[in-house]
Design a protein around this ligand. Sequence first.
Ligand SMILES: [Zn+2]
Length: 137
Amino acid sequence: MKHYDKPLPEPTATSAPFWEAAHRGRLELQYCSACDSFQYYPRAICANCWNEDIQWKQCSGRGTVHSYSICNIPTLPSFKGEVPYVVAAVELAEGVRMTTNIIGCAPDDVHIGMPVEAVFERVTQEHTLIKFRPHTD
Ligand SMILES: [Zn+2]
């Protein structure tokens, strides 16, 4: 596997299930049955009702672009070969927003409300990142 020189996630005890699921090609979010809501990013308790008994649930991986920006200047030298790239807030079907990249199309083709689906990008032996690409039925 090619050397990956960009920043990598450093899972904590709370976020490790998210990253382990991603590495298995699954998008899992924390779900609180007490208030029937999903949350992202991972937290030790439900941010809505403070319930401590939250579970991990596999999600659809589907969503829409809520907002986005086209980056023409690399945030770090290691991103130099990537520009222009799209950083987006994707609103998942489960109702939470995830900051991510939109790939698989020209940056100029991205638009607010665009249907997208999760893509699992294995970048090292231990790390998989979740990005999104256009979804068409
Ligand atoms: Zn709750």
